[in-house]
Ligand binder design. Structure first.
Ligand SMILES: [Zn+2]
Length: 597
């Protein structure tokens, strides 16, 4: 299988889009506010079954997961593919990652390192860095800690870092790719991080992949991170991993906190097996990355974020990643940072007493219920049994079933009967399982018509003179769409490959070597274009119909309905035209066959 298909197989468009758009399940689709245009009424839809998306609003366009990420990040197909590959844990072999890209990454690590040194020096020595030094001192961070974590300070300037790095031979494009500068509307480029305390983020190999930055006053947002880059992916990064890896392996235990300063304080006080989740809830990729070092993970959660959802995620990780997750609930309103500073023994005790995530969930659920009443019992069973159903390990499952039976004073036998009625997937649906779950592979939806049509074009240069009617958007698969766009621009095969990212070469090669009929090529091509067009229109129509039904059901506004109806009319007119054209083509083909006889 090619690398493109492998990425598709391991990527769920709902998860990817969900990172940018808040999606709500609506029937067999998910809907949300379009990230590409401003709207109040959500007209952006994601289709898990087709692994595609469509905006029925101002954009009126759609595509697959690649086109979404390309459009959202403003990157080309190759960059999008690499981003999604990294996210899905698919390695793009060196064949598809030419030396140039390896070198590019190396340059990004270097430029990040140069920036970190610059920031670090400013924090230690510049007059402007004084308030940052005061802040660091007020947090009780020692000079050794500041050095170990390479903390820094960015000047309150739009150009300082940019000029510093340009002088050192880095290009503006490199700075832009590394996320160190940003491009404003007018095309003018300036420093991303200004007047902030800087936290370089390292990977496990000690390379700097990106930065976290904190304001030095009460302004918002409090934190700013590097954007996604070829070397930085927030959802798989763990702050402090470069300094914590050895201790995690040695103690066979990793503690995940939320904030940069929590981790720094922990290390300064000798708790070296601690990392941070980059200020978001812990992701599966982060847990997956730790798995190489230990299977025992402790989540240090704020009292207010230790909700049922966080617990369910913990249970999910236990099952999918086969790690053991324990939970520390911090005293109300306190960060690990504060607890540790107050008394390291209290922290030590919290870690030792961390509760297995399922036990913790039991406590949390039952604390709110009166288990002497029938209603309380049934509510406890309703909420806990689906979690028990999720547990893969049969011994552990039996253990918790016993525990629940004991709690609600109902026989295990009765609960087992209920448990057997819960399909595991039913429970699983409640567990948020984002990102690359190795077991959950998505079907690769290839399109024979798209590929047949492209093969004809690629193998028959004579079609170049007359390929009207074929539009890039008829291709739903991004690799086909990209190949078609490149084919339009290119004059021959080698210039075609130049237009395309190397990752698609393999795909193009397979289209070039496909065996095709050699007679009546033009007619076959014309027929193919019509079929593609019909497929495109029908798919649009089906999506629109589904949404229309949904809108009616949910009492959509008259204006919205009217707009969708209008789009529908236009599509059906075009479908009608396509049919007429197709019929005349068939007649023509028949006539020619008859004439040749
Ligand atoms: Zn839109």
């Amino acid at each position: 299988m090619g690398v493109i298909d492998e990425v598709k197989q391991r990527t769920d468009i709902v998860d990817v889009v969900g990172e940018y758009v808040s999606l709500v399940k609506a029937g067999r689709t998910f809907r949300g506010l379009c990230p590409f245009h401003t709207e109040k009424h959500p007209s952006f839809f994601v289709y898990p079954e087709q692994q595609s998306w469509h905006c029925f609003g101002a954009c009126n366009t759609g595509g697959d997961v690649f086109s979404f990420i390309m459009k959202k990040q403003g990157i080309d197909f190759g960059e999008g593919l690499r981003l999604l590959a990294q996210r899905a844990g698919v390695t793009i072999s060196s064949r598809f990652e030419p030396e140039a890209q390896g070198r590019e990454k190396e340059r990004l690590y270097q430029v990040n390192q140069a920036a970190a040194q610059y920031f670090h020096n400013l924090l230690l020595n510049s007059p402007a860095g004084e308030k940052a030094r005061n802040y660091v001192a007020s947090r009780g961070l020692s000079p050794k800690t500041v050095t170990d974590f390479e903390l820094g300070f960015s000047l309150n300037s739009w150009q300082a870092l940019k000029e510093h790095l340009l002088e050192r031979g880095y290009t503006e494009d490199e700075l832009l790719t590394a996320g160190l500068i940003v491009e404003a509307e007018a095309g003018e480029r300036h420093d991303r991080f200004r007047n902030k305390l800087m936290f370089p983020i390292h990977d496990a190999r000690g390379r700097i992949t990106g930065f976290g930055a904190r304001v030095l006053d009460d302004s918002l947002p409090k934190y700013l991170n590097s954007p996604q880059t070829p070397v930085f992916d927030k959802s798989s990064s763990l702050y402090g991993i470069n300094l914590a890896a050895a201790a995690i392996r040695q103690q066979d235990l990793a503690v995940i906190m939320e904030g940069y300063t929590d981790v720094i304080t922990a290390h300064q006080n000798g708790f070296n097996n601690v990392v941070a989740s980059m200020g978001t809830s812990v992701t599966e990729k982060q847990v997956g990355a730790l798995k190489r070092l230990t299977r025992n993970i402790v989540l240090a959660l704020d009292a207010d974020e230790a909700g049922e959802e966080a617990m369910l995620r913990g249970v999910g990780y236990e099952n999918t990643l086969e790690v053991e997750v324990k939970v520390i609930i911090l005293p109300e309103g306190k960060d690990p940072d504060e607890v540790i500073k107050q008394d390291t023994k209290i922290w030590q005790h919290l870690v030792e007493e961390a509760l297995p995530v399922v036990d913790y969930t039991f406590n949390m659920v039952t604390a709110e219920l009166d288990l002497t009443t029938a209603r309380g019992k049934s509510s406890a069973v309703d909420r806990l049994l689906p979690i028990i159903a999720e547990i893969k390990d049969v011994v552990r499952q039996a253990h918790y079933l016993q525990k629940l039976a004991h709690l609600v004073k109902v026989s295990e036998h009765t609960l087992e009967a209920v448990l057997s009625r819960i399909r595991p997937s039913q429970g699983r649906r409640r567990v948020k399982q984002p990102e690359a779950v190795p077991q959950a592979l998505h079907p690769v939806l290839s399109s024979p018509v798209e590929e047949y049509c492209l093969s004809l074009l690629l193998q028959h240069p004579e079609l170049k003179g007359n390929y009207q009617g074929l539009l890039p958007e008829y291709f739903e698969n991004s690799e086909n769409r990209e190949s078609f766009i490149a084919w339009q621009k290119a004059s021959d095969l080698s210039s075609l490959k130049e237009e395309l990212d190397t990752a698609i070469w393999e795909h193009v090669d397979s289209l070039l070597t496909r065996s095709l009929p050699s007679n009546q090529v033009e007619q076959k091509y014309a027929d193919c274009v019509l079929r593609l067009r019909e497929k495109f229109l029908r798919s649009l129509e089906a999506k629109r119909e589904a949404i229309l039904a949904l809108e009616r059901e949910q009492g959509g506004t008259v204006a919205e309905l009217a707009k969708l109806e209008e789009q529908g009319i236009e599509v059906s007119v075009q479908l009608g035209e396509a049919e007429v054209e197709r019929n005349s083509l068939l007649k023509k083909a028949g006539r020619e066959r008859w004439q040749r006889r």
